[in-house]
Structures are given as C-alpha cells and as structure tokens.
Design a binder for this molecule. Structure first.
Ligand code: NAP
Length: 223
C-alpha cells in the first residue's frame, strides 16, 4: 500500500479507485479524508489535488441514490444483511437519511460493533424471520459469482418489500429473481455500481459523468 501510494504521488496520477481489501488501509497514507468517509472508516476514491491526496467514499452516496430513486428513506424500516465495508457505507447513509434499521451478520460481533456506533439493532443472519422490515439490503457476498445459487434470505420472507442487492455479478442474483417472482420491487447492484462510479468521475474531472455510456459499457461487460 505504501509503495502504491508513493507511486500515485510520483506519477502525479489525478485519481484512483480503491477496492476490496484496501478501502480501510489506504486511509493511513492519505493527506486528508472527507467527513463522511472518515465516519464510515473506508475510502473508495482518492483525488489528487495539487499533490494532496484526499479520500472520499462514493459507495454510500451511490447506494443511497439507488434507493432514493425508488423511495423516501425517512422512517423506512430496513434490514441490512452483512457488516463489512459495503454495509458500513449504506448504514451511515441510512442513518443520515433517518431510516430505522437492523443489521444482521454471520459474524455477530461485527454487526454488534457497527450497530453500536450507529445506535441501531443487530443480530445473526439467522434471525431474519423475527425482524419486521419494508426494505432489505444485501451487502454480503452471498449470491456473487461463482456461487450464484446462494441467497442471504428465504424467498418466503420477500413479501411486499423493496429488495436491494449490492451484488452486481451476476447482474440478476438469486435474491433479485426470488423477489421478482414474489412481485417485489427490486434494485440491482448495477445501479449502485454506476452511481458510485459516476460520482467518482465527477470528483476527478469536476465534470458530469457520461452516465448512459457508462451503464451501456458495464451492462455489456457483465451480460
Ligand atoms: P467485506 O467487507 O468483505 O464484507 C463481506 C460481508 O459478506 C460480511 O458481512 C461477511 O460476513 C459476509 N459474508 C461473506 N461470505 C458469507 C457467507 N458465506 N455467508 C454469510 N455471510 C457471508 O466485503 P464488502 O466490501 O462489504 O462487499 C460485499 C459485497 O458488496 C460484495 O459482493 C461486493 O461486490 C458488493 N459491493 C457492491 C458495490 C456496488 O457498487 N454494487 C459496492 C461495494 C460492494 P462475515 O463478517 O461473517 O465474514
């Protein structure tokens, strides 16, 4: 990580995208981190402004934009599955927007740690049947290629709820297919993926991202 960041400085690279598993570790090597990325504790975007490396997080705003295209989040009762980096990003966004939510994770102590930072409920992934929710957000990697038959939630629990799966490979996960078969409204991980990238583009170039071109390219690549 240290050498990679030295390389950004030496080559005067204007911006980089940071992904798993470096989003937390990179923070120590930056000159500045914006407020919300600091609270989330993860950076997925670095902007080089005149030699100063500044960290941002566009995962949270990309995810929130995908949700807000469908619903008003204030007062929404959400179930967040997972407690890793992507969960931290969406959880801070949900809190900011006034949603009420529960975090469930396979490793319960990680859910407990995140929930205690935000003052929300938590539990094990196996507790999902006992939580009442109108929105479910999968931030686990269950269902991701190559394990495309996996799903984090029983199909029977997907009734009259909004289902957002952050997994974008495959484009349509088993969770999304189950939700569609039950008549639920769905949001695919692709929406967040493009939103967060468009926001990165704007940070790097101070210009609007060519959203439709980006979407076309990513759909072609993942189809
Ligand atoms: P991460 O920090 O490694 O977290 C992974 C999460 O998945 C943890 O909660 C982990 O639970 C859980 N998990 C992994 N395998 C599991 C299994 N077999 N059973 C139950 N739970 C399991 O990864 P991340 O950065 O949060 O990314 C998570 C997913 O979100 C990935 O699929 C990633 O591609 C996707 N993502 C999408 C976007 C987008 O733009 N659409 C952006 C960011 C991330 P434990 O704590 O118990 O290990």
């Amino acid at each position: 990580m240290k050498e990679a960041v030295q390389g950004i400085r030496a080559l005067d690279i204007k911006g980089v995208s940071v992904t798993i598993p470096h989003k937390v570790a990179i923070i120590d090597y930056l000159d500045e981190v914006d407020d919300i990325a600091g609270k989330i504790g993860a950076v997925n975007t670095v902007v080089n402004r005149g030699g100063r490396l500044i960290g941002y997080n566009t995962d949270w705003s990309g995810a929130i934009a995908a949700l807000e295209a469908q619903v008003d989040l204030k007062g929404r009762k959400a179930l967040v599955l997972g407690a890793g980096g992507a969960a931290r990003a969406i959880a801070f966004g949900l809190k900011e927007k006034g949603a009420d939510f529960t975090i469930l994770n396979r490793t319960v102590h990680k859910a407990e740690r995140l929930a205690s930072e935000l003052g929300v409920h938590y539990g094990s992934l196996e507790d999902s049947a006992s939580v009442s929710f109108d929105t479910v957000i999968n931030t686990t990697s269950l269902g991701m290629h190559p394990n495309v038959h996996d799903t984090p939630l029983k199909k029977a629990l997907l009734k009259d709820v909004l289902v957002f799966d952050m997994v974008y490979n495959p484009l349509k996960t088993r969770l999304i297919r189950d939700a569609e078969e039950n008549g639920c409204t769905t949001i695919m991980g692709l929406e967040m993926f493009i939103n967060q990238a468009a926001q990165q583009f704007a940070l790097w170039t101070r210009d609007r991202a060519p959203f439709d071109v980006m979407k076309k390219v990513v759909v072609e690549a993942l189809s």
